[in-house]
Write a protein that binds this ligand. Structure first.
Ligand SMILES: *Cc1c(COP(=O)(O)O)cnc(C)c1O
Length: 214
């Protein structure tokens, strides 16, 4: 239930991102009324109409794989793109955000699960992106941290190890590239089935959908 999870997140000092995909605006407004201001969608087609229909002080996050040709539809309003998984995508976000004279926060999505199908970077690709950013900084991008999804498995030990690996990646990147930058601070991990483990392993941000509606 929303208020239980929201209060729990507050007690743990982690940010609750309310995943609103597949839900009607009328199901989301009660959470807004209770104070929720960060919502997330995984598809641009669903995100844009909800942005238009809902109050403008909501900070919208995109959490699903983003095609470059769709970036322009969200560049004018998106707060954070959590699912950055390539240099090419970053270049497009930077260019489209510039047209709106704004910056977009991004999380680098890492592939930490065993499933082949999940999108995400490996360390080598992330290093390539951040080396390039060090040389010629993206002007309209704020690197805010990392994001990952654990395997869909009953094996809690495996889930925990995958979350720990994301925390390890975060720490390396933080120390290497962002030691002086407090804003590179987010570790987005944990969904309805595994967010308590994620928080134990260092999540600063949890992305919860279905559990909010039961
Ligand atoms: C759907 C989704 C979530 C939330 O999943 P629930 O199991 O409904 O909590 C979190 N992260 C991503 C990337 C998602 O696509």
């Amino acid at each position: 239930m929303y208020s239980d999870i929201s209060n729990w997140a507050k007690s743990k000092k982690v940010t609750l991102v309310a995943v609103s995909k597949f839900r009607a605006v009328s199901d989301l407004m009660p959470m807004y009324a209770e104070g929720q201001r960060i919502f997330a969608e995984n598809r641009v087609q669903e995100l844009v109409p909800k942005f238009e229909a809902m109050p403008k002080d909501i900070r919208w996050h995109l959490i699903g794989h983003l095609q470059r040709n769709k970036v322009r539809h969200i560049a004018g309003f998106i707060d954070t793109i959590q699912s950055v998984d390539s240099m090419a995508l970053l270049e497009t976000i930077d260019k489209e955000a510039e047209k709106h004279h704004r910056s977009v926060s991004v999380l680098l999505q890492f592939h930490i699960a065993q499933e082949e199908t999940k999108f995400g970077l490996n360390m080598e690709e992330a290093v390539e992106i951040l080396d390039r950013n060090r040389l010629t900084p993206f002007q309209h991008i704020r690197f805010a941290g990392v994001m990952g999804m654990a395997s869909l498995t009953e094996d809690a030990g495996q889930v925990r190890r995958e979350f720990a690996s994301l925390k390890g990646i975060f720490t390396i990147l933080k120390n290497t590239y962002f030691a002086e930058e407090p804003c590179f601070c987010e570790i987005s991990m944990g969904m309805s089935g595994d967010y308590p483990i994620a928080v134990e392993e260092g999540a600063t941000m949890i992305r919860v959908g279905s559990a909010l509606f039961v």
